[in-house]
Design a protein around this ligand. Sequence first.
Ligand code: HEM
Length: 454
Amino acid sequence: MKPNRSSTPALFQMFNWIADPLSYLSNNAKLHGDIIEAQFINFPPFILIGNPQMVQEVFNADIKLFDIGKGNKIMQPLLGEYSVIMQEGEQHQKQRKLMVPAFHGDRMRGYGKLICDIAISVFSENLNAGVLPVRPLMQEITLRVILEAVFGISDQIEDSEKRTRYHELKRLLTLVLEGLSSPLKVSFLFFPFLQKDIGTWSPWGQFLERSRQIDKLIFAEIQSRRDEPEQVSQNRTDILSMLMATKDEAGESLSNVELRDDLMTLLVAGHETTASALSWAFYWVHHQPEVLDKLGKELAELGENPDPNAVFQLPYLTAVCNETLRIYPVGMLTFPRVVRSPMQIMGYDFEAGTFLAPCIYIIHNREDIYPEPHKFRPERFLERQFSPYEFFPFGGGSRRCLGNIFAQFEMKLVLATILTKFKLTLVNNSPIKPVRRGLTIAPSDHLSIKISLI
Ligand code: HEM
C-alpha cells in the first residue's frame, strides 16, 4: 500500500511548506489523512506521519533501519559535519554519550540560579522601556544562559579578552540566526543552488563570513583552554570544559573541529527553540487572564525565592508549558528517519531513501486526542496522560532532544521568576499568528509587551 499524496506540483508544495508551513500541514492532513506523501523538489519521497501508532513503530524501530544524519544535511552549513545531529548509528550514540552528562541532575541544579538571575537582569534592564517585542527579549535571556552554560563566560567575567569574545559571539550568533529568520531568508538552506559565495553583500556570502568569524572565536576559546590546562578541570562546570576532559573507550578526546561542531549545535539548538517556546508561553498566559490567575496562585504557595526543583515540579506550571508546546510545537516535525532498505510499516511500503517524518504539529492537533485542539487549555494535561507518541514536542527514540530537561527547566524558571517579580501587559490582545523562523515556528513580531514592577 502507498500513502496518499497531493497532486500539487512539487515546486508549489515546496513554496507553500516554506512560506506557510502550518497551513500546508493542516490542509494536507484534512485532504489526505494521517499518512501523507509530500513532494518537495530536491528531496526524495517525504512521508508526513500524523498517526501515533506509526510514530511508535518508527521511534522504537532498530536504529540500523534508518539513517538520520543524512536527513539533516540541510543543517550542515550551520552546524558542521561533525555535529551530533549529522552522525549515524554507533558514531551518533558514542558522541551523544559524551554530551549527555552535561544535562544530568546535578548540573541542572547548578543552572537554576543562573537562569533566574539572567531573567531578572534582562527584565530589569528593560523596565519601563515602553513597548518591547517579546521574542528578542526571550532570545536575550536564552542566549545569555546557553553561552554561560556552554562556555562558562558572561559579561561579568574579569578577563577582558574573554569578555570581548563573549560579546562578539553573542552578536554574531544573533546575526546568523536573524539571517535565517524569515521564509525568504531561509530559502538558501532549502535550495542549494542559491548557495553561491559572491561576496558579503549576498545572503550566502554574508552567512559564510559570519560563520567563519564565529569559528574563529570558538577555536580561540578552545585554544586558550589547551594553553592553560587548569581551565579544563573537574571544578569547572561549563559544557566545553566537560567535553574537553572526556575521553572515549580508546582514550581519544574530541578534536578541535568536533568540539566546534558540537558547541555550535548546542548554542543554536539550545536557545532559538526555547526563546520561541517562552514567547508563546508569555503570550498564552496573558491572552487568557484566567490562566495567569491560576498560575499566580500556584506560584504564591511556594513563597519568595523558591527552590528551583520545587518550581520544576509544579503541576499547573507543567501543564501550561506542555500546552504551550502542544498547540504550536516549535519543531513541527522530528528529524526525518531515512529508510535504508525497502521496508513495510503498518502495511505501507517504503522504498530505500524515503524520508519518514513524524509530524508533531499534525498529531498535537488531532481532534480525537485533543478535543477542541485550537483552544489553549492546560487542564487537559491534568485530566489525562498522553503517550510519548501523542505528545512529543522533543521528538523520541534514539534522537530525542538532548536538551529537553534543560529546556523545560529554563521555561519554568523564567516564567515563575518573571511572573512573580514583574507585571507584563500585552500591547495588543488580538490573536498572534505563528510564522516560520528558520526550520522552526515562532510567534510573529507583533507580539509585544510593556514591563513594569508588580
Ligand atoms: C523548547 C525547546 C526545544 C525544543 C522544542 C526542541 C526540540 C527538538 C526536537 C524535535 C529534536 C529532534 C528529535 C527527534 O528527531 O526525535 C531535537 C533534537 C536535539 N535538540 Fe532540542 N529542543 C529544544 C531545546 C533544546 C536545548 C535547550 C538543547 C541543548 C542545550 C537542545 C539540543 C538538541 C540536540 C543536541 C538535538 C539532537 C539530538 C540527536 O541528534 O541525538 N534542544 N530537539
